[in-house]
Design a protein around this ligand. Structure first.
Ligand SMILES: C[S@@+](CC[C@H](N)C(=O)[O-])C[C@H]1O[C@@H](n2cnc3c(N)ncnc32)[C@H](O)[C@@H]1O
Length: 542
């Protein structure tokens, strides 16, 4: 968890500035429509203002900036250039809610600040923006979300919006209102999806949003996502990019599926509809919420030291404790010998007086450390009684780097909240078959399209998303889980492993060689997109 106090002032203000080449690209696109009025909701150090100055447009530029120092600096930049610019110091959201003005273009790079870091006043303003536009408010909405909504609303009919926004717009739930609003208000929405990171010093992935507001009577043509590599695209004509792409209808659901080409989409949809869904075979529940893992999940030495062996259950804490797809007694003992936290201390509902001395002392130790006052602990009686303690035959770690995998739990280990508990609901499918079949490029591609990721590129899935995954289950004769486990443990590369699995699983599901290749390559490309790094970034300004 990130704490507000640990964050830099710049980060809390959302102060990452746009590279000049990116600002210039977006400014050129906006200028192709010869706007008379341009609004920039958060001018920062004036990257966009400078981009327009370079184009010598006859425009009236209105900029707003929260930070007084920045606002003063930008005013100076604007002066003496024959450029009509008015720079207001203030809060854009408050201003947008009051002003009835509309603009031919809105440009910029909104602040990216998590809702939890926003001041109460900013949260209230965000909520009012959602209300104003009849959008469902969520307390998870990052600052950029109401910014983009209010910016779209400031466009005149036919006006253009050009912004640098987080790539999360494609998939996070809290961006659904932005997706909805863009679809209802705009004729065409182009998202340029750079392979490299635009900003140095942050893992924040960003995209360029170029949207044109509907004129009266116009409908929506949809969305287009154009992937680009390197910075060459910045030298091209943005208008041509906007005009020559194919727009497809979209809704408030995740736009990650638009990352597939029409051919990939057709093969994926065909394959997906012909195989089982995860929920036909199994259900997914959260892992055990202890309320204080450091106290309840301990190594073997602590169990011995505190005489807790009567209350210790095996636990599979982290993905590193199980590198393959089988968690058995031998691996558990290995982890124990390495000093990993392999025990869950579960006292049940027994009152303290009825517990043996070791347990009583350990509980007293917890109280001396104020563990009983932690939120989850203080809301249960007794505080040390962890609810819902049971293992399942299959576990699954929530987050993955390359691909998600199921783990066959032969050790009867419990899982904490870093992992899910998977229960078979169709008795005709054995746990081993499901674990084996889960690893293939079709299922992996679906995880990329359904899941979410943030800076750093780790993919996360929630139970409802896992239950919707397509999983082609193969016969038990073809499923050698031991061999698969050994391959993963020996470090077989993800793409090699999935290719080999596809030859068994997707082939048995009836996919042709071409279809298997299309699915695998699509998975690889979208996985690589998630892993993108800033090493050849556009910010290098080549
Ligand atoms: C990501 S920076 C972008 C700056 C500039 N638009 C650019 O592209 O380089 C975001 C800017 O938004 C400003 N800001 C944050 N909250 C704001 C608000 N509520 N109203 C106006 N500006 C705000 C920050 O001070 C920061 O300068």
């Amino acid at each position: 968890m990130n704490f507000k106090a640990g964050e830099s002032a710049g980060k809390l203000r959302g102060g990452y500035y746009t590279p000049p080449s990116v600002a210039s690209f977006l400014a050129r696109w906006v200028m192709a429509r010869k706007p008379r009025t341009i609004l920039e909701p958060s001018v920062g150090d004036g990257a966009f203002l400078r981009a327009f100055q370079g184009l010598h447009p006859r425009i009236q530029f209105t900029g707003i900036e929260l930070d007084e120092e920045e606002a003063v600096k930008v005013r100076k930049t604007a002066e003496g250039n024959g450029f009509q610019a008015e720079i207001l110091q203030g809060n854009f959201l408050a201003w947008a809610l009051e002003s009835a003005e509309r603009y031919d273009a809105v440009v910029g790079n909104p602040p990216y600040v998590r809702f939890q870091y926003l001041a109460e006043e900013d949260r209230a303003l965000a909520e009012r923006v959602f209300e104003r536009h009849h959008l469902a408010f969520t307390r998870h909405a990052n600052a950029w979300v109401p910014f983009v909504i209010a910016s779209v609303a400031k466009l005149s009919p036919g006006g253009r919006l050009a912004m640098v926004i987080p790539s999360e717009v494609l998939h996070v739930l809290h961006a659904a209102p932005v997706r909805t609003f863009l679809m209802s208000e705009c004729r065409r929405v182009l998202i340029i999806d750079p392979r490299e990171l635009l900003f140095e010093g942050t893992l924040q992935g960003t995209v360029l949003l170029m949207a044109e507001r509907k004129s009266s009577g116009e409908g929506s043509e949809g969305v287009s996502i154009v992937p680009v590599a390197g910075s060459d695209f910045l030298a091209k004509d943005p208008e041509q990019l906007f005009e020559r792409t194919t727009y497809v209808p979209a809704d408030r659901g995740k736009w990650t599926k638009l990352l597939l080409s029409p051919v990939e989409s057709e093969v994926f949809e065909g394959a997906r509809s012909s195989v089982h869904r995860f929920q036909d075979m199994a259900s997914v529940d959260l892992g055990i919420l202890t309320g204080a893992n450091a106290f309840f999940v301990v190594d073997q030495a602590s169990v011995v030291r505190h005489h807790l062996s009567g209350f210790a259950l095996p636990v599979l804490g982290r993905s590193g404790n199980c590198p393959g797809v089988i968690y058995d007694e031998a691996l558990h003992r290995e982890n124990e010998a390495k000093g990993l936290r392999t025990n869950l201390i579960s006292f049940g509902k027994e009152t303290v007086e009825r517990l043996p001395k070791g347990a009583r002392e350990y509980i007293a130790l917890g109280e001396s450390q104020k563990i009983h006052l932690r939120q989850k602990c203080r809301n249960r009686t007794p505080w040390y009684s962890i609810p819902s303690v049971y293992p399942t035959t299959i576990g699954m770690v929530k987050c993955s780097h390359d691909y998600h995998r199921l783990i066959l739990n032969r050790a009867g280990a419990c899982t904490t909240t870093t992992a899910y508990r998977v229960r078979i609901v169709d008795g005709s499918v054995s746990p081993a078959r499901l674990v084996f079949s889960f690893l293939n490029s079709l299922t992996a591609l679906a995880t990329e399209l359904l899941g979410r990721h943030y800076g750093g590129g780790v993919l996360e899935l929630v139970p409802s998303e896992i239950e919707r995954l397509p999983v082609p289950v193969i016969g038990s004769a073809d499923c050698d889980l031991e061999v698969l486990d050994a391959k993963i443990k020996s470090g077989t590369r993800a793409d090699v492993l999935l290719r080999e699995q596809d030859e068994v699983i997707l082939k048995a599901a009836g996919l042709t060689t071409r279809e298997r290749t299309v699915i695998h390559e699509a998975w690889k490309r979208i996985r690589d997109r998630r892993h993108r790094r800033g090493d050849q970034g556009v910010s290098g300004e080549s």
